[in-house]
Write a protein that binds this ligand. Structure first.
Ligand code: NDP
Ligand code: OXD
Length: 303
């Protein structure tokens, strides 16, 4: 089995050190491939344009948790997303940071601070805010646990409505009821045909007046024009976005200069080099044994 690596050079250096003693053969970059038939695994964010060049390809591994950047896989090729505790905990931390920042009116205070304005607004306890988490997968569940432990009144929404300990989970049919109780709406959904453009004007109008948005899923899920209208109408009070469409968000975009919006440049998490390597090793071991592939994506669902 040979791994073709197509990602950043710094990670390749770390992986080389980790893989060498294990006898894992890694080719770095397509230009270095001398025998395409030897390639069984590809680790990448963006895959090669022509996967059919690799007739014995078994698994394409996304070096991140998301796979929306991936094209449909050829017949028989498994798509695996990186499963790593570090990614999950970092995104959870960012969501907790964003939720607390909006709950405690940080956008307002940052704006006041720019003009040296000392004005107090009545703070509210965590238990007074209802947080709704869209996407109750690996990261959503972790975020729900931590926000619940901080005292927030947390509920989730997922495709299946699969129950989760100590947190009400609404299914797809329960969306309106879920939105109606989400003072702070957190998005941790994968980008799929179903979630693209999900947060439009009609959707945002179903939130309680003055709601707040914490967006860590994918930029294309949130209609930015609808976000601006909802902020201008007072339907929303603030938003924190780690993901935008496009990325990077153009310098001239209205959201950069709007004090009600905080933007971070898709840094909620980055895959740690060692953790990424451990995922690749687990995939290659599973391939060799014929076991289920860790992080296997259900390509019919898109996540
Ligand atoms: P999981 O696959 O573990 O969970 C996805 C969740 O979304 C599941 O609960 C699933 O429902 C739900 N879901 C999917 N489609 C729908 C739908 N149409 N309607 C309602 N619910 C839906 O993913 P993770 O928790 O690991 O990651 C989630 C996303 O977070 C990633 O896909 C990525 O986009 C984003 N991410 C962002 C990062 C960042 O740096 N900003 C870093 C890492 C991830 P069900 O449980 O029923 O299957
Ligand atoms: C990921 C991401 O999917 O960084 O890992 O968003």
């Amino acid at each position: 089995m040979v791994l073709l690596y197509l990602s950043i050079p710094e990670r390749a250096e770390v992986w080389k050190q980790i893989f060498a003693p294990l006898g894992i053969e890694m080719v770095i970059g397509e230009a270095a491939v001398t025998d395409p038939a030897s390639i069984t695994h590809i680790a990448c964010w963006q895959p090669p344009a022509d996967l059919s060049r690799y007739p014995n390809l078994k698994v394409v591994i996304s070096v991140g948790a998301g796979v929306d950047q991936m094209p449909p896989m050829p017949e028989g090729v498994v798509l695996s997303r990186t499963i790593a505790k570090g990614i999950e905990q970092m995104v959870r931390d960012w969501v907790v940071m964003g939720t607390l920042a909006l709950h405690r009116d940080l956008p307002v205070y940052l704006d006041q601070a720019r003009s040296g304005q000392w004005t107090q607004h009545m703070p509210r306890e965590a238990r007074e805010a209802r947080v709704g988490i869209m996407g109750m997968g690996r990261i959503g569940q972790l975020a729900a646990q931590t926000l619940g432990a901080l005292g927030f009144d947390v509920a989730g929404w997922s495709r299946s409505g699969k129950p989760v300990a100590e947190c009400a989970v609404f299914d797809q049919a329960g969306l309106d009821a879920f939105l109606a109780r989400s003072d702070i709406l957190v998005c941790l959904l994968p980008l799929t045909d179903e979630t693209r453009g999900l947060m439009d004007g009609a959707f945002l109008a179903k939130l309680p007046k003055g709601a707040k948005i914490v967006q860590a899923g994918r930029g294309a899920q949130l209609d930015m024009r609808a976000l601006k209208e909802a902020l201008d109408q007072g339907q929303l009070t603030s938003a924190i976005l780690d993901v935008t469409d496009p990325e990077p968000l153009p310098q001239t975009h209205w959201a950069w200069a709007d004090p009600r919006v905080i933007i971070t440049p898709h840094i909620a998490a980055q895959t740690g080099h060692e953790e990424g390597a451990r995922h690749v090793i687990s995939v290659m071991e599973a391939t060799a044994k014929g076991d289920p592939i860790p992080g296997q994506v259900d390509q019919s669902k898109g996540y």
